[in-house]
Design a protein around this ligand. Structure first.
Ligand code: ADP
Ligand code: MG
Length: 284
């Protein structure tokens, strides 16, 4: 019989998702070690590791990124890899990877100065959405309806923003009626999806959007699995817009949250994630 893989779960604050994942490991009689990023000390001269596989569940993107790089360099399989986290943690790199793989995405322009950003926005046509390339939970997104708003937001970013705000990631506004899709892909397979409905154009459940089950039809399955492959994802959640011309992938999340989606979809998302981690850990 194959020996049990040595599994580390890299985490910080324990959220409902981590509790569900720990329970799924317990249900399978599989031991894990919690690696708390607040206590972690990485010895850069140490070239081996006590783990076969690490499931990354950090809240902080840069802690996740650096720790994944550290363990990948020591031949530890991580879910997800450093490369995937690096691409998914940056909306510009994600859009590039999706475009490269011919996965349909909304119109996207990138500019580096206020002047070129205004030009790009006017070229795209109002309304547009301006987002920080690195960010989540719907924070600091701006829907810009006209030139006055564009000038104001760009000036605020220039004067008040950090380095991250000097990269202008400009996206075509997609009329979604306050509804988008969040789909879950584990080991390359789309296992479940939810609709997120909000009164607002921003539909993050963190901001109060309501989740309901979304049937995974063959088109949705294909675009989500293609998006996962484009970023070489192990366990990823895909944000999708439904338009009259088909689906568009908005972004790919590499430390996915699913607390509202297990009961909603009836799919044991944490169980499938844990099975995948055990499988890749055993293989390695
Ligand atoms: N181009 C867009 N057109 C319409 N709605 C958008 C657009 N971009 C983002 N949104 C809305 O804002 C939400 C958050 O945007 P997203 O790009 O997923 O950033 P975050 O990483 O903060 O979740 C989306 O789920 C969607 O509801
Ligand atoms: Mg999102």
């Amino acid at each position: 019989m194959a020996r049990q893989p040595r599994i580390g779960v890299l985490c910080s604050l324990i959220r409902p998702e981590e509790k569900m994942l720990f329970q799924a490991f317990r249900d399978r009689g599989v031991e894990i070690e919690k690696i708390d990023d607040r206590q972690l000390i990485l010895d850069l001269k140490q070239d081996s590791s006590p783990y076969d596989v690490i499931l990354e569940r950090c809240i902080n993107h840069s802690r996740a990124l650096h720790t994944l790089k550290y363990y990948n360099d020591r031949d530890v399989y991580t879910v997800n890899s450093y490369e995937t986290a690096n691409v998914c943690g940056d909306k510009l790199l994600t859009s590039l990877a999706l475009a490269d793989a011919k996965v349909p995405i909304p119109g996207n322009l990138v500019a580096y100065t206020e002047e070129s950003a205004i030009e790009a926005i006017e070229q795209m046509g109002y309304p547009v959405v301006l987002k920080p390339a690195v960010g989540s939970w719907g924070r600091l997104l701006a829907k810009i309806n006209d030139r006055d708003a564009a000038e104001a937001v760009l000036e605020h970013k220039k004067v008040l923003g950090s380095y991250h705000h000097s990269i202008y990631y400009i996206q075509e506004f997609i009329e979604t009626g306050g509804c988008d899709i969040r789909a879950f892909v584990v080991g390359g397979e789309c296992i479940a999806a939810i609709y997120r409905n909000a009164e607002h154009w921003i539909t993050n459940t963190h901001r109060g959007a309501k989740a309901s089950n979304c049937e995974v039809n063959p088109d949705l399955k294909k675009i989500c699995e293609d998006a996962s492959a484009a970023v070489k994802g192990d366990v990823v959640a895909i944000d999708v817009f439904e338009t009259k011309d088909g689906y568009l992938v908005n972004e790919v999340n590499y430390t996915m949250e699913f607390r509202n989606s297990v009961a909603t979809t009836g799919v044991d998302i944490p169980g499938l994630v844990v099975d995948h981690v055990i499988k890749v850990g055993t293989r390695g």
